[in-house]
Write a protein that binds this ligand. Structure first.
Ligand code: HEM
Length: 262
């Protein structure tokens, strides 16, 4: 784990040249400063070092302090020399090669994708169906897991099957879905719940591409359990609402994965 040179609670000044240290080969990086939204690191690459193409889920800015090299950003070569400043949007593929010893500051900042707005009609329908969801919540989520484990048995390995058997996991999911239904127009109120679930998801290695699976099975379960009450309008509203909630989790979990892996 990297400790930072400075703390985000206090002012701090440094002359970057004094902090530069080149390894005989490869990369030496120092975290200068880190808080919940951003991280500033000094990267010192020995001449000849290459960083293979990769992406970051955060926005990044490279400011070259000394040396020369090449940054390939989304297929375009950018010559690096002192004073060059490059902004790399989140998820843009990039690779670096140091020709001479190369030092740059990398500033990472949270990328907050524009939040999708849920339309008012959807909000009204979701709120209207919330009491029905409360009544049938556990029946729906128990059925949802049944459908999912049957259709997608490979996800079973991520779950604690005793929590399935004693009903605690379906009960937790039902509570989460109901809380979402009543707070759909005030997602801030769900912050603590999202935080807890997102951390649990990261521990069990839940991935973005698994959200459509849960969505499909949850919608099918809602349809089966609600029967005639599951009109086309209700199902369309729940499909839209699920996508918005899934995006909230996916974004938060990406941030947690990145913190865990950095
Ligand atoms: C918007 C969709 C989702 C909601 C509302 C949701 C909700 C929850 C809740 C409430 C918990 C319990 C957290 C705790 O123990 O405190 C949980 C755990 C979990 N969820 Fe999700 N989840 C969603 C999507 C997914 C997806 C896509 C997957 C991938 C397969 C998944 C897999 C898991 C796993 C593996 C656990 C841990 C369960 C265990 O320990 O047995 N969830 N989720």
């Amino acid at each position: 784990m990297n400790t930072s040179v400075a703390s985000s609670n206090n002012s701090f000044t440094a002359t970057l040249q004094d902090l530069i240290e080149y390894p005989t080969s490869g990369i030496l990086s120092k975290v200068l400063l880190k808080d919940n939204n951003s991280q500033y690191s000094l990267f010192c690459l020995a001449a000849g070092t290459e960083i293979d193409e990769h992406t970051s889920t955060r926005n990044a800015v490279v400011t070259v302090v000394e040396g020369t090299g090449n940054l390939n950003l989304e297929g375009q070569d950018i010559a690096l020399s002192p004073g060059v400043f490059v902004f790399m949007p989140a998820n843009a593929p990039h690779a670096v090669q140091a020709q001479q010893n190369l030092a740059f500051v990398l500033a990472l900042s949270e990328h907050s994708p524009e939040k999708k707005k849920i339309n008012q009609k959807t909000i009204n329908i979701i709120k209207f169906t919330a009491p029905i969801l409360r009544k049938h919540g556990k029946t729906i989520t128990t059925r949802m897991y049944e459908i999912m484990f049957h259709k997608y048995p490979e996800v079973k390995a991520q779950f604690d099957m005793s929590a399935q058997a004693n009903g605690s996991q379906p009960a937790k999911l039902a509570t989460a879905v109901y809380s979402y239904a009543i707070h759909i127009d005030d997602l801030e109120a769900l912050k603590a719940m999202v935080e807890k679930i997102a951390h649990r998801h990261v521990k069990t290695n839940v991935l973005p591409e698994q959200y459509p699976i849960v969505g499909e099975c949850l919608l099918q379960a809602i349809k089966e359990v609600l029967g005639d009450d599951a009109t086309e309008e209700v199902m369309t509203a729940w499909a839209e609402a699920y996508k918005v909630l899934a995006d909230v989790f996916i974004n938060r979990e990406q941030q947690i994965y990145q913190t865990v892996n950095s």
